[in-house]
Design a binder for this molecule. Structure first.
Ligand code: ADP
Ligand code: ADP
Ligand code: MG
Length: 673
């Protein structure tokens, strides 16, 4: 983030941040850098929150539910008056796009760090903004900007447009009030549902229809505009990786956009902003089809969650620019000064459990340790170690942003940084984010807004580690165990009669597989010999017992594995892989093997169904003696009848299923005595 010039004499001395969480912290950072004092506002649950700690002063504005605190216009205006704040940064969400808030601030003589009222009003309405976009020469999704009157009207318009269509609430936002329809029946129902949802959520049930663009990419243009007629675009961001219309991964630039398309999208975004005399930061969202046709979706008249990726590739501080233009300064930049330097990716770290259908997780962050920031890693956090994620607000804990010279390397940085992101005591989506970063199709850049739904139709499970990964985790389990055993030995050795040296030969058990190995410790780390490795594996690094991160060079490569003790086993996570490992002495491992190896059932006593199918007929009866090769039963599968025959001579003791039953694979049909 460059941009240091002399501050003008009209620059604010104190601003209030009408928000919470990571974005409040983010704004405070820049204000502090600019020498501007900051006022935080907080609700009940947020009294000790990070944004309150970071601000120079804070004002308590009410109980935890946002309608009683962060959404109270009058209370926030009053907080400005009490503290002498000259301007307000609204962050995103809450009051950031509310024209009534801007008007109230205006009336009180307080500057809103954002656009003018008219821009908020027009862009807050999807029908009004689409009409304006058409007038400004912006490509819009084919469809109609008329308000739909009733289901018949909806069907008539949908027929004109051609299915599939999307029904959208004009007042919609946050993915609410959107319905997809592939046929007339769905169109009728979708109209009702979108209307009801919009009426309930926004008190405005108006719905319109547009063409559904199949497998589109979500690509948006960041704008910044001053009060002096200068509007610049700061390139695109791609936000196609979404779950239920909620962005999960964002990047800049987009792998799909060529310079000509970028230039055309930028020009249209600027034209739209100009038509409402736009000032401040804003984003024009487009969907882009497979032929790179792009269509206007909506304009977000605020700072966006994903703005850091733009900052990373342009070197600009968007919050600083917002504050400067709000104070009346000209941008002092021209379009040709805006470049693209490298590649940036953002992961939204949510308090939701990917292993349980992404259910929101609420509670205390027993241990919160984000990766260290450096030239490649940025962390925008809103919480602290021991802090709480409450049910009242957004479940986003932090944003992790990585940068590098190209996309591949930025992805690798992200995969790496996620390993260092430790969140203890609360379900979170970091394993899922790591899996996305490791997904071949994501890596190839071939993505669309359907990516997550298509690739994870049944939700998320930890992928099975490939062999090399398993071997790495086996080695780490052995090293971690070595620390524990050596520590225990150093304690017991002081007791007379207990001087025993722990052995070097162990067996690591992962998913029932046994990995015998020999581990030797020296001053710098460990050397591990094992039959499953071609050469000895070298671990260099020192670990502190009980620390959740095991950081080391493994065969020269820097690796960070998250370690949790779980009874006598260890739970290890690395990239998106998770294993449970047990480290045993060879004799115990042998014993354990026998304990676990249940005697295999004697399947020769049974006739099993070799395939799923329908049992057509059983040709034998209990008590009957059969000869090898004799027909026993007929099953129908894949439209063919299959005869099952006796493998050897025997006596039928029981028929387990009756003709007409549907069989699964390996289901017992007949038992022999
Ligand atoms: P869009 O998906 O249209 O780009 P954003 O992803 O930029 O919208 O985020 C806006 C959303 O962020 C709001 O609708 C709200 O749910 C959420 N939000 C609002 N305030 C906060 C906050 N302080 N911390 C985290 N999330 C917030
Ligand atoms: P919101 O205000 O809820 O953010 P948007 O209009 O920005 O609503 O749409 C949200 C998401 O829905 C987009 O990112 C895109 O994935 C999808 N979407 C919206 N309109 C269309 C369309 N016409 N065709 C296909 N997908 C769409
Ligand atoms: Mg949107």
């Amino acid at each position: 983030m460059a941009q240091t010039r002399e501050y003008s004499t009209v620059m604010f001395k104190k601003i209030l941040i009408a928000n919470r969480g990571e974005i409040a912290c983010r704004v405070i950072k820049t204000a502090r850098k600019m020498g501007i004092a900051t006022v935080a506002v907080c609700s009940d649950v947020d009294r000790d929150a990070l944004h309150v700690q970071m601000a120079d002063e804070s004002v308590f504005i009410g109980p935890s539910p946002s309608v009683q605190s962060y959404l109270r216009i009058e209370r926030i205006v009053q907080a400005c008056q009490e503290t002498g704040a000259e301007a307000v940064h609204p962050g995103y969400g809450f009051l950031s796009e509310n024209p009534l808030f801007t008007q109230a601030l205006d009336k009180a003589g307080i500057v809103f760090i954002g656009p003018n009222v008219r821009a908020l009003e027009v862009m807050g309405d999807k029908i009004a903004s689409k009409k304006l976009a058409i007038k400004a020469g912006v490509n819009t999704v084919p469809g109609s900007t008329d308000v739909i009157r009733d289901p018949d009207d909806a069907v008539r318009i949908a027929r004109d447009i051609g299915f599939p269509v999307m029904l959208k609430a004009s007042a919609g936002g946050g993915g609410k009030g959107i319905r997809l329809a592939w046929n007339e029946a769905e169109c009728r129902e979708g109209f009702q549902r979108a209307t009801n949802e919009a009426q309930a959520s926004f008190g405005d049930g108006r719905v319109f229809i547009e063409k559904f663009i199949e497998k589109p990419r979500h690509i948006e243009i960041q704008l910044i505009a001053d009060n002096h007629g200068q509007i610049l675009h700061l390139n695109e961001r791609e936000c196609s990786i979404q779950r239920r219309h909620q962005k999960v991964i964002e990047e800049a630039p987009s792998a799909f956009i060529d310079p000509a398309t970028r230039q055309a999208m930028g020009a249209q975004a600027i034209a739209l902003a100009r038509s409402v005399d736009y000032r401040s930061a804003g984003t024009v969202e487009f969907i882009v089809d497979k032929d790179r046709n792009f269509y206007f979706l909506e304009m977000n008249t605020r700072l966006q969650v994903e703005h850091p990726v733009t900052e990373m590739i342009t070197g600009l501080d968007l919050v600083e620019l917002m504050i400067r233009v709000a104070a009346g300064e000209p941008l002092g930049l021209t379009q040709d000064q805006i470049g693209i330097n490298g590649w940036a990716i953002e992961s939204r770290v949510y308090a939701e459990d990917p292993y349980r259908g992404f259910l929101p997780a609420i509670g205390r962050l027993m241990r919160y340790q984000p990766p260290a920031e450096n030239a490649h890693v940025r962390v925008d956090t809103g919480v602290t170690d021991g802090g709480e994620v409450s049910m009242y607000y957004d479940p986003m804990i932090a944003k992790l942003i990585t940068w590098d010279h190209d996309r591949d390397r930025a992805i690798r940085q992200m995969r790496h940084a996620l390993d260092w992101f430790y969140i203890g005591g609360l379900g979170n989506n970091t394993p899922f984010l790591a899996a996305l970063m490791n997904h071949p199709q994501f890596k190839s850049g071939d993505i669309s807004t359907d990516f997550i739904a298509e690739q994870y139709p049944d939700g998320f499970q930890s992928p099975v580690p490939p062999e090399a990964e398993r071997h790495l985790l086996v080695a780490v389990a052995a090293a971690v165990h070595r620390y524990h055993v050596d520590r225990d030995a150093s304690i017991t050795q002081q007791l007379p009669g207990h001087e025993h040296h722990p052995g070097d030969d162990w067996v690591v058990v992962v998913d029932g597989a046994h990995y015998p190995l020999t581990i030797r410790r020296d001053a710098a780390g460990f050397t591990i010999d094992a039959a499953h490795q071609k050469q000895p594996l070298r671990i260099d690094g020192l670990w502190h017992l009980g620390h959740p991160l095991f950081e080391a060079r493994i065969d020269g490569e820097l690796v960070c594995v998250q370690v949790e003790r779980d009874g006598i086993s260890y739970r290890l996570s690395h990239h998106s892989f998770r294993v449970k490992a047990l480290v045993l002495t060879p004799s115990v491992a042998e014993y354990q093997k026998q304990m676990l190896d249940k005697p295999a059932p004697d399947l020769s006593k049974y006739l099993l169904s070799p395939m799923p199918g329908l049992l057509v007929q059983v040709l034998v009866k209990p008590g009957e003696n059969v000869k090898a090769g004799q027909d026993l039963a007929i099953i129908e599968a894949m439209k063919m009848e299959n005869v099952l025959r006796a493998a050897r001579d025997g006596t039928i003791s029981e028929i387990r299923v009756e003709a007409g039953a549907s069989l699964s694979v390996d289901q017992v049909i007949i038992e022999f005595s």
